[in-house]
Design a protein around this ligand. Structure first.
Ligand SMILES: Cc1cc2nc3c(=O)[nH]c(=O)nc-3n(C[C@H](O)[C@H](O)[C@H](O)COP(=O)(O)O)c2cc1C
Length: 207
């Protein structure tokens, strides 16, 4: 087989996603799929691509989901980073999970809002010391002269670093989800959930 990108393809396992098997609540469906990705086990099951749109256009990067409770999907970061600035410009974000071992993708659209200080403090305190020091020492997305400057900034940190105001998290409150299940012959199953008052409107989409 050629290793040219156009020649690289594989058949997906034929694992159907049926309308009758869907949870009526998008968050319930997401929880089931996330748990299946953890149990599988998929590598980095909580990793997702976070897309933002700032004044300079779209941008995207991988972050980790750290909480999913009620209607909120939570991640942590340096809020003065590029993504933090972009969220200030537009709080509408998109999240994409890809669980390749299960031939699954979930796409989530919603609004991001900064968590409260108490929740951020609690999570910050739960992180390993090295991660806390790095969070204080590194001003994410800013230029740095070299690796040594970065390492020196970490060494200079106190042994009980205090969470800076700029470091924290966001809760995304989704209004749309799409669950994609790869199927044989490229006839994949796709279901979109759109928030409709207290419930979710579910539509099957063509692959
Ligand atoms: C697997 C993986 C997990 C990551 N998790 C996080 C995370 O939870 N929070 C974070 O701020 N950056 C995380 N990053 C780094 C981001 O992709 C990105 O480089 C960083 O947040 C700066 O992005 P920005 O300049 O767009 O703000 C992760 C990267 C990878 C590859």
């Amino acid at each position: 087989m050629s290793d040219h990108p156009s020649e690289i393809r594989r058949e997906y396992l034929d694992r159907p996603l049926r309308r009758s098997a869907l949870d009526t609540n998008a968050h319930g469906q997401f929880s089931t799929w996330l748990q299946e990705a953890i149990d599988c086990p998929c590598l980095d099951p909580t990793a997702f691509v976070l897309a933002t749109t700032g004044n300079a256009g779209p941008d995207a990067r991988v972050v980790l989901l750290k909480g999913h409770a009620g209607e909120q999907m939570v991640f942590y970061t340096d809020c003065s980073s590029a993504k933090g600035e972009q969220i200030k410009q537009s709080d509408e974000v998109c999240m994409v999970f890809h669980w390749r071992e299960l031939d699954r993708q979930v796409r989530v659209q919603g609004r991001a809002e900064r968590l409260d200080e108490g929740t951020e403090q609690e999570y910050f305190a739960s992180r390993p010391l090295g991660s806390r020091k790095a969070a204080v020492a590194s001003r994410q997305s800013q230029p740095v002269a070299n690796r040594e400057a970065l390492e020196r900034a970490v060494i200079e940190q106190e042994d009980d670093p205090v969470k800076p105001e700029r470091w924290g998290g966001y809760a995304v409150v989704p209004h749309t989800f799409e669950f994609w299940q790869g199927r044989a012959g490229r006839l994949h199953d796709r279901f979109r959930y759109v928030r409709d008052g207290e419930s979710w409107r579910i539509t099957r989409l063509q692959p």
